[in-house]
Design a protein. Structure first.
Length: 368
């Protein structure tokens, strides 16, 4: 027998927040310390692209993509355009996610995080990738179910609300997101994330949109100065707990368990991200002190470009660094190679080489 479609309760749910107060305080402190570390950077662009890419890789991985962070950065450097294999299709999905992060930030400068904004982001996420046939940017018009690949509705682990209820439920969710009378924005984000995933408003891409909305919401409400508190790394690492906690809300009404899990995700991810920012800042400062040894007026702009494009081809990074003249460019690349700061990762090629800024990649891939 098929499960009946889920009927979400009206927001906000009845909660006893007292047991969660310490977790809320710890999470808020961790977020504040992370945000201060970002503000101390000489240039926030030093982490923006790398952090966006890591989030896009991990959020997409939860949905089944297999491309790694380094592979995506290599695809960036190679300027892949075709969809000849699975990894290249993964790359397109991850690229769309990065574009959606940037687009979301720009949209929030001129409009609220509302239904149309979220639909625009969904349309962008599904552009030219798997799921593009499932009405990108529009609410689903049919019943869906969630379960293992190929599972029938009778075998589903969760059956979202009937499609005719989606507009009303989504409108109520948007109203709740902007309810300034709620006691805490992080708790609001936790509740809203569950509700979004439970409504499952789109035919595909709900998980990615739901996770994308977390940093955008916290940025929109001034909790962070940039939309860069990405929790997909924690959710991917604790994927089973993530889904179990969501299911316990729909099956048992266990809001407290889910909110506690979400707050731990925010606390721990903010801590790890702060440590990475501090290591990146230290790396930047130490390398900046070494710039005179390269004896080039372009050494500083080249170093800045390295933090944005840690895997690169000389011509592309030359444009980013504003270096005119191929001889000057290749000479500078060679100096950075000789100094051990970048590595040739295509030693089998005599031309069209690709290089990597390993020190930054190691920080991004580390646990702290």
């Amino acid at each position: 027998m098929a499960k009946a479609p889920y009927q979400p309760e009206k927001l906000p749910p009845e909660l006893e927040l007292a047991p969660l107060i310490k977790l809320v305080a710890d999470a808020r402190e961790s977020v504040a310390r992370y945000d201060e570390a970002v503000k101390r950077l000489p240039n926030p662009v030093l982490i923006r692209r790398a952090f966006e890419t890591k989030e896009a890789v991990l959020s997409s991985k939860i949905e089944g993509t297999q491309a790694t962070l380094e592979e995506v950065l290599e695809f960036d450097a190679e300027e892949m355009e075709s969809e000849e294999n699975e990894k290249q299709r993964d790359y397109r999905e991850i690229s769309n996610y990065r574009r959606a992060i940037l687009t979301g930030k720009e949209l929030l400068k001129v409009k609220p995080l509302d239904e149309n904004t979220i639909k625009d982001l969904h349309k962008l996420l599904l552009s030219s990738v798997r799921g593009r046939a499932k009405t990108p940017g529009e609410f689903r018009r049919h019943q869906v179910h969630i379960g293992p690949a190929g599972a029938t509705i009778e075998e589903a682990s969760f059956v979202p609300p009937v499609h005719t209820e989606v507009p009303r439920l989504f409108s109520e969710l948007i109203h709740y997101l902007h309810d300034d009378d709620q006691p805490d924005r992080l708790v609001q984000a936790a509740i809203a994330h569950f509700q979004f995933e439970a409504i499952h408003p789109f035919g595909d891409g709900n998980g990615r949109v739901g996770r994308l909305l977390i940093p955008l919401y916290l940025y929109d409400k001034g909790i962070t100065s940039q939309p860069n508190l990405y929790v997909s790394e924690f959710l991917e690492t604790h994927r089973r707990d993530y889904y179990e906690r969501l299911n316990k809300v729909s099956e048992e009404g266990d809001w407290s368990g889910w909110i506690a899990f979400f707050l731990r995700a925010v606390r721990e991810q903010a801590k790890v991200s702060r440590q990475r920012v501090e290591r990146i800042e230290s790396l930047y400062k130490s390398l900046h002190e070494r710039l005179p040894e390269f004896n080039s007026i372009y050494a500083s702009s080249f170093l800045e470009a390295l933090f944005v494009q840690p895997v690169f081809k000389p011509q592309a990074i030359g444009v980013a660094a504003g270096i005119k003249g191929s001889k000057t460019l290749y000479s500078l690349v060679e100096k950075f190679v000789e100094a051990g700061l970048v590595q040739d990762i295509t030693p089998d090629r005599s031309r069209n080489k690709t290089y990597a800024f390993a020190a930054l990649l190691n920080i991004l891939e580390s646990d702290s």
